[in-house]
Design a protein around this ligand. Structure first.
Ligand code: IMP
Ligand code: MG
Length: 192
């Protein structure tokens, strides 16, 4: 695991972002819509630094499948959590803007729920990967095109609990693959 962004750097980047957000909304109430699961850790830290009247809603989006480190088809789940955003200023919070397809598909769906406005904030922005004509309004860190884990981001659902952001190396990938294989074998054995 190669550390890319330390805990201290994360703290500073998120502080800066929280100040920018507070300046823009200038005392107006804000509804944060967090995109599960990857934004969870960032979301918890960011929202505690935003000094505004604040509501929290959640939606779920998944684009990575299994051992792929490139995005697959996107599955959005707005129904399960049905965010209440009518007439509100919404800030969509996600872990990373990679191809941009997640936000590109999520924003029109949220728009149908009648918010007053929608802006977006991401912890990480991968350079030279964008496939859509939008950009996030707030970015804490621009990073090179490498697969990263930690601080909420996963590879095969592992490494979300690292307190820093790291580049996934071949040995980490193998460890996560082995872990997943062992679990799969165990559940197959149980099912007989
Ligand atoms: P996009 O739709 O291509 O912008 O991808 C956004 C989603 O893909 C993020 O919310 C993450 O869940 C996932 N993702 C993209 N790049 C990475 C990465 O380097 N590590 C872990 N997850 C990633
Ligand atoms: Mg995600």
């Amino acid at each position: 695991m190669k550390t890319l962004i330390t805990e201290e750097q994360l703290r500073q980047g998120i502080d800066r972002m929280a100040q920018e957000i507070r300046r823009h909304y200038d005392g107006r109430p804000l509804t944060i819509v967090g995109v599960l699961i990857g934004s969870l850790v960032f979301l918890a830290d960011l929202m505690r630094r935003i000094d505004l009247p604040l509501r929290l809603e959640l939606v779920q989006a998944r684009s990575y499948r299994g051992a792929d480190t490139r995005p697959g088809p996107l599955a959005l789940n707005l129904d399960l959590l049905s965010p209440d955003v009518r007439g509100r200023d919404v800030l969509l919070v996600d872990d990373i803007f990679d191809t941009g397809n997640t936000l590109w598909e999520l924003i029109p769906q949220l728009n149908e729920l009648g918010p007053a406005s929608i802006r977006s904030a991401v912890l990480l922005h991968k350079e030279n990967r964008c496939e859509v004509p939008i950009k996030p309004d707030y970015v804490a860190f621009n990073i090179p095109d490498e697969f990263v884990v930690g601080y909420g981001l996963d590879y095969r659902d592992m490494y979300r609990n690292l307190p820093f952001v790291a580049v996934l190396e071949a040995s980490d990938r193998e460890a996560a693959d082995a872990e997943t294989d062992i679990e799969n074998m165990a559940s197959k054995a149980e099912q007989g």
